[in-house]
Write a protein that binds this ligand. Structure first.
Ligand SMILES: CC(C)(COP(=O)(O)OP(=O)(O)OC[C@H]1O[C@@H](n2cnc3c(N)ncnc32)[C@H](O)[C@@H]1OP(=O)(O)O)[C@@H](O)C(=O)NCCC(=O)NCCS
Length: 423
C-alpha cells in the first residue's frame, strides 16, 4: 500500500512548478491524470530537447508516475470530459496564468458546485497585490522573493541560484497544502482552495534573510564578510559564501582547484570543535591565543582565519579533507559536481538517483523521491507519452460507453482517434 492510494488528482499543471507537486503526490501513490492540449501537450515536452522528436528530459524528469489524457478544455465536448473528471477526482491542481482557469469556465464556485469534496490547488507567481496578474517563471520568483538580492558577492550583481526554489520549491509547498486539505476533508467532508504564490514560497525559504534585515537595525551583521571593514547599507547585503547561520563558514580551495572548477570544500568553523580545527590545520597556538580562542574574537578576523585554513585544504583533495575533518566531527562538505552526483553509488542505492527506461528515449537518469517513508515505498515510473492514457481514462475512469467516446472523438475535443489504443 502507498500513502495516497485511492486519491485521484486532476493534474492541469504545466512547465515545472505544478508538475513537481503532482509528481510528488504520484510517488506517494495518488493516481495523477495529467490533462494536456491535444497535439501540443505540456510545452516542456518540446523544450531543451536533446533527442529530436523525443520527450525532453525537462518533461520526463518532472512527470513520472502520471497518466496523460489529451483534452481541449475550450471545446464543449472537452468541457464535458473535464467536468466528469472533476466529479471523479479528489484534487484539481493547476498553475495557469492568473485567470486562465476561470476563462475556461472552471471557477472555484463552479468546481465546488460540481464536486464539493474537491480540493482546488493553485500556484501563481504572486498573491493579491500589485503584481497579481503577472505571468511568472522561476527566476522572477527568485528575484521578487528576496533570494537574488541576497545571493552573490558584495561587489557583484544579484544572482539567481541553481536550485529551483521558485518552481520546485513552490511545488513542494503546494503538495503540503494539498495533503493538509485532504486531511481536513476527512473530518469535514468538504474541499477547499489551496493557493501558493511563488514569491511567498521563495520568501519562506529566505526567512533567515528577513531575520538579518531586522538585525541590521541593531548593528552590523558580524558574521558577514563585510564585517568589520566593509559598509552596511539599509538592506541585507549579499554574503558571498558566508553560512547564514550562527557558525561561520566559507568555501575553500582544495588540491587541484587550478584545473577542476569544483575542487572546493565548504568549511564550517563550528565553535565546539575550534580546538580540533586548530590542531588539524597546524595552528595549535590559536587554542589559547585570546585573539582566536573565543568566537567573538574571531569574527573580525574570519577572512584571515579562512585564508589560513585554506592553506591546509589546498594540500588535500576535497574527499581527503572530508575524511580527515569528519574524524574530528568538523562540519564540512565537498562541492560535488552534477557528474559526481550522477555517479555516486550511495544515491543510487537509496533511490535518490534512479535510472528510468522510456520507450522512445531509452534509459535516462532522474531524481527519485527524496522523501523516504518506511511503509510507502516510491517506485519511479516513466512519464507518459502525450495522450497515452486518453482511451483508458475515458473508458475505465469515466466509464463512458463507446458511443459517447465516438461522439467526443468526432468533436475534435481529444485530438487523434483513441479507439485503437482503447482496444
Ligand atoms: C508559466 C506561465 C508563465 C506560462 O504561460 P503561458 O505559456 O502563456 O500559459 P498560460 O498559463 O497563460 O495558458 C495558456 C493558455 O492555454 C490554455 N490551455 C491550457 N491547457 C489547455 C487545454 N488542455 N485545452 C485548451 N486550452 C488550454 C489556457 O486556457 C490559456 O488560455 P487563455 O490565456 O486563452 O485563457 C503561466 O502559466 C504562469 O504564470 N503560471 C503561474 C505561475 C507558474 O506556475 N510559473 C512557473 C511555471 S514553471
Amino acid at each position: 500500500m502507498k500513502a495516497l492510494d485511492g486519491v485521484r488528482i486532476l493534474d492541469f499543471t504545466h512547465v515545472q512548478s505544478g508538475p513537481t507537486c503532482t509528481q510528488l503526490l504520484a510517488w506517494f501513490g495518488a493516481d495523477v491524470i495529467k490533462v494536456e492540449r491535444p497535439g501540443v501537450g505540456d510545452i516542456t515536452r518540446g523544450q531543451l530537447q536533446d533527442i529530436p522528436k523525443v520527450d525532453s528530459l525537462y518533461f520526463t524528469m518532472l512527470n513520472h508516475n502520471k497518466r496523460s489524457i489529451t483534452v481541449d478544455s475550450k471545446n464543449p465536448k472537452g468541457k464535458e470530459v473535464i467536468e466528469a473528471l472533476i466529479q471523479t477526482c479528489d484534487v484539481l491542481v493547476e498553475n495557469f496564468a492568473p485567470g486562465a482557469l476561470d476563462r475556461m469556465g472552471f471557477t472555484w464556485e463552479r468546481v465546488h458546485a460540481l464536486n464539493p469534496r474537491m480540493v482546488l490547488a493553485s500556484i501563481k507567481g504572486f498573491g493579491p497585490g500589485p503584481y497579481e496578474d503577472c505571468k511568472v517563471y522561476e527566476n522572477v520568483a527568485q528575484c521578487a522573493g528576496g533570494s537574488a538580492s541576497t545571493t552573490g558577492f558584495d561587489d557583484g550583481p544579484p544572482l539567481v541560484t541553481g536550485a529551483q526554489i521558485g518552481d520546485s520549491g513552490t511545488g513542494l509547498h503546494l503538495a503540503l497544502g494539498i495533503v493538509c486539505a485532504l486531511f481536513q476533508r476527512n473530518a469535514t467532508g468538504v474541499g477547499q482552495k489551496v493557493s501558493v504564490a511563488m514569491q511567498d514560497g521563495v520568501l519562506n525559504l529566505c526567512r533567515v534573510k528577513l531575520r538579518d534585515q531586522q538585525r541590521l537595525a541593531h548593528g552590523p551583521l558580524t558574521e558577514f564578510p563585510q564585517y568589520p571593514n566593509g559598509k552596511f547599507g539599509d538592506a541585507v547585503p549579499r554574503a558571498g559564501n558566508a553560512s547564514g547561520g550562527g557558525q561561520p563558514g566559507w568555501i575553500l580551495k582544495c588540491k587541484g582547484w587550478e584545473i577542476d572548477p569544483n575542487a572546493y570544500i565548504y568549511f564550517i568553523c563550528q565553535a565546539p570543535v575550534w580546538e580540533k580545527i586548530c590542531d588539524v590545520i597546524g595552528k595549535p597556538e590559536w587554542k589559547t591565543d585570546s585573539d582566536y580562542a573565543k568566537p567573538p574574537a574571531r569574527l573580525p578576523k574570519l577572512k584571515q582565519i579562512f585564508d589560513t585554513i585554506e592553506q591546509w585544504t589546498m594540500t588535500k583533495t576535497k574527499f581527503d579533507a572530508m575524511d580527515i575533518l569528519n574524524k574530528y566531527d568538523i562540519p564540512c562538505g565537498p562541492i560535488l559536481s552534477m557528474k559526481e552526483i550522477a555517479e555516486e553509488q550511495s544515491l543510487r542505492d537509496t533511490g535518490t538517483v534512479v535510472e528510468v527506461d522510456h520507450p522512445t528515449r531509452g534509459t535516462y537518469l532522474s531524481v527519485g523521491n527524496p522523501i523516504k517513508m518506511s511503509a510507502s515505498a516510491s517506485e519511479v515510473k516513466r512519464s507518459p507519452l502525450l495522450g497515452e492514457h486518453t482511451a483508458e481514462i475515458l473508458r475505465d475512469v469515466l466509464r463512458f460507453d463507446p458511443a459517447r467516446i465516438a461522439e467526443i472523438e468526432a468533436s475534435g475535443a481529444i485530438g487523434a482517434p483513441v479507439r485503437a489504443a482503447a482496444e
